[in-house]
Design a binder for this molecule. Sequence first.
Ligand SMILES: [Ca+2]
Ligand SMILES: [Ca+2]
Length: 616
Amino acid sequence: MLTSRYILSLTAFLFSISLFSQDLRVEPMNWWIGMKNQELQLLVHADKVGETVPAIKYTGVAIKKIHKAESSNYLFIDLSIAATTKPGSFPILFKKEGKTVFSYNYTLQQRSAAFSQVKGFSSSDVIYLVTPDRFANGDASNDVVSSMREKKADRRNDYGRHGGDIRGMIDHLDYIAGMGYTAIWPTPLLENDMPNSSYHGYAITDYYKVDPRFGTLEEYKELAGKARQKGLKLIFDGVVNHTGSKYWWMNDLPFHDWINYADSMRITNHRRTVNEDPYAATVDKELMVRGWFVSSMPDLNQENPFLANYLIQNSIWWIETLGLAGIRQDTYPYSQKKFLEQWTCKIMKEYPNFSIVGEEWSTNPLIAAYWQKGKPNTTGYNGCMKSTMDFPLQSTLVQALTETESWDKGLVKLYEALANDFVYANPKDLLIFGDNHDMDRVFTQLKKDVSLLQMAMAYLLTIRGIPQVYYGTEILIDNSAKPGDHGLIRTDFPGGWKDDAVNGFTGTGLTGDQLQVQSFLKKLLNWRKNKTVIHEGNTLHFAPIKGVYVYFRYDKKETVMVVLNKNTESTVIDTNRFAEIMKNKKSGTNVPTGEEFSIKREMTVAPRSALIIELK
Ligand SMILES: [Ca+2]
Ligand SMILES: [Ca+2]
């Protein structure tokens, strides 16, 4: 029989559970002292928390303002955190009629001095882009998480989860660093609790949670730390334009205008040029930035100042938590411009050496140039993003290598594309690539021609810009069986799963072609690491003639000559034409082979090849 005292204490215990352990959410969950911006806005979510009054007693921390939302289940609290505040924890008490209804233990840590000065990615880097679900399965125990909406892992389904994870990336950092890459960009690792196709990561359902099928926050921190030790910069794939439709707040929005077209979903018109177009109609501009990317991804209204703060602070939280070197921002032109200015500039103010690259999928250099910091724009957009993606060069490179040569086709297109550099504020900060996770594998685009692939890679690794290579390009992963199929584009890296017969990491079972391209890239990537002439040097190029395109990268110390011969037979070139740059250079080193040779007037270039020569 229960004693009355026991009943009393049990009641008190249950009461305290109901008060303190309810689903109380405070975001950001923690913060730092020593940030340049000493203001912080907390989002608080709990049942009727909007009817409470928060209180904090901690020296240096003051509540400046409390904002109620339209939903009574939210509060937004503006804090100021003085520079002199000591690191530590304190309770935030939420009181109603004098009684504490909720309590949250908030922690302020000292900001990392090293992270605040972190050097972003630049033209001295080569980025390895990885789709984590498809790279390596380092922990089979997280393949299926029963509480998640997508119940199965199924490697036979191109659009299912295959089980790759953070542990798999950690396990293969030595391979990535050994190949000569200096940065790694995993596609998003945050929770995507969606009923299907959750593997790709772009339908985030909690901005503060690592998807448990990829691992834990501790593992993400371990990845960041170990990558840093191995000289690999970590890039975060950010998605601030939209979330997944199963985002936790979707059933209880703080404000009606938190989401665009919250009542009657409309899909964006994808007419991205409205951002630049001086004649664009308002109706088209509105639909472009407010329409949903797809019906399962609600569009965020970044004009709501609380949402804007939430997204900016979230990005800073991840940079400071992981010591990130950069952010790749998804669907960049779909966000509201004023927000993009705030988001980029506030991040760059906290981390002056950081790098951000935005995805603007346009093959028009005028559109790509528009978003780069330093570009004067008539529409008044003035963001702080240093890099933009060179989709124009990507499509031109493939055309240049696959078209039959003529006056206006083939290599001349590549030559003329580079002439467009005059529109960019800073061409060397463009992200250049042969493919990425959203388009056919470059090997497929180049019709599975190994020689053309090597020429494409030689070009990307010697021309201006920040090269990015999609995982598995080095072992000729292709999707030629189903062009355009995103699931197959993001195919499993062989050797990433325990029982794989072929192993791209060790070389077991690779074909001669695969081994050759892997070793060619390894050589070139490692050579490029310390070549400031490639990172920062000048460029001089000569109009292509008869299927041969010659360009030079040079600075005060060095000159590198690159010859792309597209012909299917060996071709003789007359080096007298390049006298203005070659001057009296008498010999050179063939970079991929290491072979030394003397420069003669006539130079024979092997069929379908790239010759990269350090001139002496
Ligand atoms: Ca796994
Ligand atoms: Ca939008």
